[in-house]
Design a protein around this ligand. Structure first.
Ligand SMILES: *Cc1c(COP(=O)(O)O)cnc(C)c1O
Length: 452
C-alpha cells in the first residue's frame, strides 16, 4: 500500500481521474493548481480595493506564465474573480492571451518589457494591447507603428519614481513630454495611463523603507502634475503591487496590479502569512518517491558528502532536481568540508504510519532528484517507493504541518516568486475546479488533458 502525504484530489469526473493517472505515469511529480483559489484570491483583492464599482480596477499580473501557474488558466481564473485587466511583462505573452481568445471586449491587457527596435508593436496595436513607454526610442518606434497600422496606440507612460528600472526619470521627463504631447494631439498615441513600480512596499517593518515608499508616492504625484500641465493628463494612474494593494489604500488610484496575491502569497514573510491576508496558495507541488532503502550510520549522501547519516536509517529519493527548478541552494547539510555546519534543506511532507512527518532535503539537490534521510526505518515508518510526498501546498493548519513555497524560499534564500517561476514545464500542471470557476466556453479553451 502506498501512503499519500496530500489529501486525495477531488477530481470532477472520470476523465479527471484518468488525466491524473496519465500525468503520474508521464512524470513522477505534479504541480496542481486550484483555479477556485485563484478566483477567490482575485475576488478578495477586488474587495480590498472597494469592490467592482469603487472606481479602482484590478489587473491580474500573469507575467512569466502566470508565475509558473500556467498563463491561460490563471488569466481566466483571474477574470472569473473580477479582474478587468491582465498584465504581462513580455509582449509575446500579451499577444498569446489575445490569440487564445481573451478579446478586448473582456479585458484590457498591458505589456511593458521590450526594446524599441524589435518589438512587435504593429501586432500589439492591432490586438488592442496597451503598451508601456518609458524611453524616447520607445515613443518613436511606437508612434511609427501606430502610423503604419493607422490606429492610435494605447499608451501607459512609465515613470521612474525611485525604483531605478524602467521609465522616465524626473530629469528626463521634459524631453519625453515634448515628444508625447504632439503625438497625443495628433491622435497617434492615446495616453491612457501613467504608472510606476514600488521598490520596498513589502517591508512595513523597516521605517526607512516606509519613508522611501512615501517619497516614491510624492514623486509619482509630481509626474502626474507635469502631465496635467502639459495637457496630457493620464486617464488612469497605477502604482500598487500586491503589497500596496493590501496595505496602502491611499495609492490604489484607478487601477492596482497585484501578482503574487493572485497566486495566494503575501509578497514578503515580513508581512505575515497568506492566511493573515485572507489569501490561499493555489499551487501544490507533489512527487512520487523513487528508491527507498536502508543505509548505515555515517553514510555520505549525494555530491560532496555534505550530509552524513547520523544513525542507521532509511533514505528516500524525491525525483525532482534543479533541472525541474528545485533550487540547489535548498540543499541541506551537516558538513562543509570537514567542518560540522547545519543547514536545513527544503521541507517535504511525508505520510508515515505514525502520521505526517516533515523531512528536509539531505545533502545536495542533484539535477533530477534529491534525497531525504527518513531518520528511522522505512519499513517501520511504512514509507515505500511510489508514495506521494508534498513539497509545498496551501499551508494547512498547525497539525497538518504543510510546507509552503515560503518555506522553500527560506531554505533556498530566495522569495516564493522564484520558487514557482523556476518550476520547469516538464512538471505537469494540472487544474482543479475548472468547471466550477469558468464558463463552459472558457473551460473549452484549456488543454483538456490538464483538467482534474
Ligand atoms: C510583477 C509586477 C507586479 C506584481 O507584483 P507583485 O509583487 O507580484 O504583486 C506589478 N507591477 C509590475 C510592473 C511588475 O513587474
Amino acid at each position: 500500500m502506498t501512503l499519500n502525504a496530500v489529501s486525495p484530489w477531488q477530481c470532477s469526473s472520470p476523465a479527471g481521474e484518468a488525466n491524473y493517472a496519465a500525468a503520474r505515469r508521464r512524470y513522477p511529480a505534479q504541480a496542481i493548481v486550484d483555479l477556485a483559489a485563484l478566483r477567490d484570491n482575485m475576488r478578495h483583492l477586488v474587495d480590498v480595493v472597494g469592490g467592482p464599482n469603487s472606481g479602482t480596477a484590478v489587473m491580474g499580473v500573469v507575467k512569466a506564465d502566470a508565475y509558473g501557474h500556467g498563463l491561460l488558466p490563471a488569466a481566466l481564473a483571474a477574470l472569473a474573480g473580477g479582474a478587468t485587466w491582465l498584465g504581462t511583462a513580455q509582449s509575446h505573452e500579451a499577444l498569446l492571451l489575445r490569440r487564445l481568445g481573451i478579446g478586448p471586449d473582456r479585458c484590457h491587457i498591458l505589456t511593458w518589457v521590450y526594446n524599441g527596435t524589435e518589438v512587435p508593436f504593429d501586432e500589439l496595436i492591432e490586438a488592442d494591447i496597451d503598451i508601456s513607454v518609458g524611453s524616447l526610442a520607445g515613443i518613436d518606434a511606437l508612434a511609427e507603428a501606430a502610423r503604419r497600422v493607422g490606429r492610435p496606440a494605447r499608451v501607459h507612460v512609465k515613470v521612474d519614481s525611485g525604483f531605478g528600472r524602467n521609465g522616465f526619470t524626473p530629469a528626463g521627463f521634459d524631453a519625453a513630454l515634448a515628444r508625447l504631447v504632439p503625438l497625443a494631439k495628433e491622435g497617434v498615441l492615446h495616453i491612457v495611463g501613467q504608472w510606476s513600480h514600488l521598490a520596498v512596499a513589502d517591508s512595513p517593518d523597516v521605517p526607512e523603507f516606509v519613508a522611501s515608499t512615501d517619497r516614491q508616492i510624492e514623486t509619482f504625484k509630481e509626474f502626474t502634475r507635469r502631465m496635467e500641465q502639459a495637457g496630457i493628463a493620464p486617464e488612469i494612474r497605477h502604482l500598487a503591487n500586491t503589497a500596496a494593494t493590501l496595505d496602502r489604500p491611499q495609492i490604489h488610484f484607478e487601477l492596482t496590479r497585484p501578482g503574487i496575491g493572485l497566486y495566494g502569497y503575501e509578497p514578503d514573510p515580513a508581512m505575515g502569512t497568506p492566511r493573515d491576508w485572507h489569501l490561499t496558495p493555489a499551487m501544490t507541488l507533489q512527487a512520487q518517491l523513487g528508491t527507498v532503502k536502508d543505509v548505515e550510520a555515517g553514510h555520505g549522501i549525494s555530491y560532496g558528502r555534505t550530509y552524513l547519516t547520523p544513525n542507521d536509517t532509511s533514505t528516500a529519493i524525491v525525483p525532482l532536481g534543479y533541472a525541474d527548478g528545485i533550487h540547489r541552494s535548498a540543499s541541506g547539510f551537516d558538513m562543509q568540508g570537514a567542518k560540522h555546519v547545519e543547514k536545513h534543506g527544503g521541507p517535504v511532507r511525508v505520510m508515515t504510519t505514525e502520521g505526517p512527518r516533515l523531512y528536509h532535503v539531505s545533502g545536495r539537490v542533484c539535477m533530477d532528484q534529491f534525497i531525504l534521510d527518513l531518520h528511522g526505518s522505512a519499513a517501520a515508518l511504512g514509507v515505500h517507493e511510489g508514495d506521494t510526498v508534498e513539497l509545498f501546498g496551501p499551508g494547512r493548519g498547525e497539525d497538518y504541518a504543510e510546507p509552503t513555497a515560503d518555506d522553500w524560499a527560506r531554505a533556498a534564500d530566495t522569495i516564493s516568486y522564484e520558487i514557482f517561476t523556476c518550476l520547469r514545464n516538464r512538471i505537469p500542471r494540472l487544474y482543479l475546479h475548472a468547471a466550477d470557476v469558468l464558463a463552459p466556453q472558457d473551460v473549452a479553451r484549456l488543454d483538456p488533458s490538464t483538467l482534474l
